[in-house]
Design a protein. Structure first.
Length: 710
């Protein structure tokens, strides 16, 4: 099996690019490195294509391992033929392989096994033969003996063998798989005793074409089934199923045996074939639903990680609270903790005067430029308190940030290592503050599943979820580029080629020797060799380096090329970066050779024109409606500002500045037809929404963006 050829055909990609990508991946190159710095080799395949190549290659490698096991098992049983080996070698899916293997697979003792032990397999073959001339009873009488007491028992045993043949038949399984794929229905029915359930009431009596069942509905039904609320089944039209099976097995059966064989087919379908194909179909549907949910989660995570950073500002972080007060921290421009305190501006103490005095003093003492407020309990009240303060001069900007996962971080090993002398309340406030400074740098410290932007993240395949989210984080980190002298070990660990252990080694070196002065100095870090350096260097930034290229995405392997360009333009590299005229004077085709093509040269020129550019944009702030403090303040027809804080397959959730987020259903997101919410909104987007319904009992808010000016 040629893996590259299979992947190229399946993904409709050039064979040369796939082959080279697999070689690079096999040599340990990362996807960000390949997509950015090996475009000529791969034909400019992007990160999504490379990830799909990697995932399919992994699956095919697993298939190859399974083939070896199957061949060895059949060979040990003395049943392997050249034709069988060839067929096994040619399959490209696990289901095809398992269908071939099924008749040879070691089995537990079944009804068919017992019948074979009693010598009834020849009778089964006679009943399936077109040449049967005597009645089944007459033929079966010859098999009555000490172990088979009568004709009926002989025919029953032979029928069990036929039923197993039917269930193990490749054509039969292929036909049933095709029927289930095309026309299966999924149904959910309420389990007796759970009539009071409200959480899953949409599925108490639910039925749908499986192909049209959205991923979120499938996962919701399976969760309800797992909790014992409903029973879920997948079925097809039985008449169509039997019609297909009869065409396969009855055409070559003598008329005298048709009834017995047809009964065996019915038994096989009910007892063996349908349960097997139903489980297989359910697994395939689960896999599709998982992929859809994981794709949404990964897309949401990407948008969250790529949220605009405030940058190097001195920030105050506030974790709001009522009874226990608001935890306050002050950080310097690098995110280091300078001070922490507690204020009580909200009920039950309502010490607004004392709290305002403390905040003003801290803002002045630490030259605070911005205040980051968590969006949890007491957020609106705290924000209102801050805006009412008489700043008597330049006031800091006030930002409300999503605090999801801050409590997870505060209790983590990472937080304990960063702040061993502080409790979880201080650590949580620091996380809230740092999310404003640089969302990515802080969020990489938290398990993505705890950030609150997914759907059914605990129900999907955890290995597939981890692979996708790790890829997403790695992609985001490397697309932005990381400051080598300020990055945490957690952030550095996602840089191409580095990983957790080397990240710690880099930070340890930085602490003992001092800030890095050049990219080349990385090679002095213990256990960091040329291979890792090649992978990582282009994604690490050094604004203070004497070489201006060290603060760009230009890879060190191309420094001499850039120096040659500068020399040809009659200037220095620094002048080439600053002068648009100098860059325009360069003819890129003069620098094309066997290792460098126009894709790389265009990337270099783009980077020289915007060195060190952060692709994440700038922070913007939203003013919530001050008259809305609780869900009870809402009524149909209101037009309100909000922030998209989660995207699912069925719609987008919008933060209105109160405890409950409202849902804009897919059908209410746009005046035009859209098939997915991501076509209309992005995570963190500021939107205007109309309230269309408020369910106080269930705490649900229904919103619409249709006809609302954005």
């Amino acid at each position: 099996m040629n893996i590259a050829q299979i992947i190229a055909a399946e993904l409709a990609l050039p064979l040369k690019g796939v082959t080279k990508s697999l070689e690079l991946l096999g040599d340990g190159a990362t996807i960000p490195f390949i997509s950015r710095y090996r475009k000529e080799a791969t034909g400019s395949l992007d990160e999504v294509q490379l990830f799909n190549i990697q995932q399919r290659a992994n699956a095919l490698e697993e298939l190859e391992k399974r083939k070896e096991t199957v061949i060895n098992t059949i060979d040990e049983a003395g049943r392997l033929t050249d034709e069988l080996r060839r067929r096994i070698d040619e399959v490209t899916t696990m289901s095809q392989l398992e269908d071939i293997y099924l008749p040879y697979k070691p089995k537990r003792r079944t009804r068919a096994t017992i019948a074979r032990e009693r010598g009834l397999e020849p009778l089964a073959r006679m009943l399936m033969s077109r040449n049967l001339t005597s009645s089944p009873d007459i033929v079966a009488r010859k098999f009555v003996n000490a172990e088979v007491t009568d004709i009926d028992e002989a025919l029953a045993g032979a029928s069990d063998i036929i039923a197993e043949w039917v269930s193990e038949s490749e054509p039969a399984r292929r036909q049933m798989r095709n029927l289930f794929d095309r026309s299966a229905t999924i149904s959910a029915t309420l389990v007796k005793g759970h009539e009071d359930d409200t959480l899953y009431r949409d599925y108490h009596n639910y039925s749908s074409d499986l192909r049209r069942c959205p991923s979120h509905r499938y996962l919701a039904m399976r969760r309800a089934e797992k909790e014992g609320i409903v029973r879920v089944s997948i079925d097809v039209d039985r008449d169509k199923a039997f019609e297909r099976l009869d065409r396969i097995f009855l055409n070559n059966v003598a008329p005298k045996a048709e009834e017995i064989v047809e009964n065996a087919i019915t038994d096989s379908y009910k007892r063996l074939l349908k349960p097997s194909i139903e489980n297989e179909t359910a697994s395939a549907a689960k896999e599709r639903a998982d992929k859809a949910a994981i794709d949404i989660f990964a897309d949401n995570l990407r948008q969250l990680l790529m949220g605009a950073p405030l940058g190097h500002k001195r920030v105050m972080g506030i974790d709001p609270g009522f009874r226990t007060g608001c935890k306050v921290v002050c950080l310097d421009a690098q995110g280091n903790l300078l001070h922490h305190d507690v204020i009580y501006p909200t009920a039950p103490r309502n010490d607004t005067a004392g709290a305002a005095r403390t905040i003003r003093q801290l803002v002045d003492r630490y030259a605070i430029e911005a205040i980051s407020v968590g969006n949890g309990t007491a957020s609106r009240e705290t924000e209102r308190f801050l805006k009412a303060i008489d700043w008597s001069g330049n006031s800091p900007s006030i930002h409300v940030v999503n605090e999801a996962g801050a409590s997870v971080y505060s209790a983590s090993e990472v937080a304990r290592r960063e702040f061993p002398d502080y409790d979880v309340t201080v650590r949580g406030a620091v996380s809230i503050a740092r999310r404003l400074l640089d969302p990515m740098a802080e969020l990489v410290k938290i398990d993505p599943k705890s950030i609150g932007v997914g759907q059914y993240q605990h129900d999907v395949d955890q290995n597939a979820l981890k692979a996708s989210l790790d890829h997403t984080v790695e992609s985001c980190v490397n697309s932005v580029g990381i400051n080598l002298n300020t990055a945490s070990p957690e952030l550095l660990s996602y840089v191409s080629g580095i990983g957790p252990k080397l990240a710690i080694a880099i930070v340890d070196y930085r602490m003992s020797v001092g800030p890095f002065k050049s990219r080349d100095q990385l090679l002095d870090v213990p256990r960091l060799g040329n291979k890792v350096y090649t992978q990582a260097a282009g994604f690490l930034r050094l604004p203070e380096s004497a070489n201006p290229l060290d603060n760009t995405a230009v890879h060190p392997e191309r420094y001499r090329l850039v120096e040659r360009m500068a020399k040809d333009a009659g200037c220095s590299v620094t002048e080439l970066i600053k002068s648009e005229a100098a860059r325009k004077s360069i003819r890129l085709d003069r620098y094309v050779d066997d290792s460098v093509g126009l894709p790389t040269l265009n990337d270099i020129m783009s980077e020289l024109s915007r060195p060190g550019r952060d692709p994440r944009g700038e922070v913007s702030n939203l003013q919530f409606d001050d008259t809305i403090n609780d869900i009870s303040d809402l009524h149909a027809g209101m037009i309100l500002p909000g922030i998209v804080n989660n995207i699912t397959a069925f719609g987008a959730f919008v933060d209105l500045g109160i405890h409950q987020s409202g849902l804009v259903h897919l059908s209410q997101l746009s005046d035009r037809f859209i098939s997915h919410p991501s076509e209309a909104v992005k995570l963190g987007q500021h939107v205007s929404v109309k309230v269309i319904d408020v369910d106080l009992q269930r705490g649900r808010i229904s919103l619409s963006m249709k006809g609302v000016q954005q």
